[in-house]
Write a protein that binds this ligand. Sequence first.
Ligand SMILES: [Fe+2]
Length: 336
Amino acid sequence: MFLRNYWYVAAMPPELDGGALLGRWILGEPVLLYRTEDGAVTAMKDICPHRSARLSAGERDGDRVRCLYHGLEFGPDGSCLRIPAQDAAPPEGLRVAGYPVAEKWRLIWVWMGAPEDADEALIPDFHWNDDPDWYPVGDYMHLDCHYQLLADNLMDLSHEAYVHRGTIGTDAVSETPAIASRDGDHVIVERIMPGCPAPPFYQKLKGYDGPIDRMHRIHFDPPATIMIESKSSPSGSNDPDDGLEYRVLCAITPETDDTTHFFWAVPRNFNPEEPVTEMMYQGSKAVFEEDIDVLNRQQEVLDKVEGAADWQNIQSDAGAVYARRVVEVLLAKEAG
Ligand SMILES: [Fe+2]
């Protein structure tokens, strides 16, 4: 059960370099993505309508894709252009359905709902990932868990104090209550932490040696787009040069019922140069790997232990619970 009338991130642009035929399961459907010779991205079902071979295992001939099972050739619009040893026109049904696709904020998005409803204005605002005043790092990761476990994780950062103790976590994060609020389908969780110790990663990045004022503001939009504002500065400092501010952009795309694609980016507005870029990339990646380790094991328990999903909520779950309710209501709406 997935929300369909939304843009989902399907790939990072470099994944389509070199004429690649990228096959990726999205919402339980195999999708083929590639870049045509004019530079546009095309997306269609990754299934040959003849005998269901994966087209991504085929080969390109210019903008055509040749299925390497029986050699049928398809154009980027999904129409069948050639059947070996057959001069008669292809049967009516021998075409591949396409998906609306857009390239924005240095990401490739597909619309999984009714094509006529695809409106690029609905693509989530990730402009920090494509803005001269922000310096992004980012990557793709794969998780063996339901996509909402990752959304839950990002909506409740109190886990930083335990899961990310050696990098970005301090007790101030877990011991300071967060305020969750809801505005329509948008959920916000805010945590203000004045005069707290700097976590190890921040000490390394900015040389903070005293207390800092720290703030997290998490924004959720369905199905699972999360943007985190993170700001810190030495306690009481008004000097913007002392500040450490970044965004955590999280595009969560269900692959199947219990596996997930995670496209993340962490644009910052300080120290554009090396070695800070590499530190931000490696630091962020290490933090997400710590999360993934917890989440994959959590899924294993949910799969194998009856009743394990009968969770008990505590106060800090408010944001995650709101987010799940938003999705639940929208799923019911889409189901009519
Ligand atoms: Fe985390």
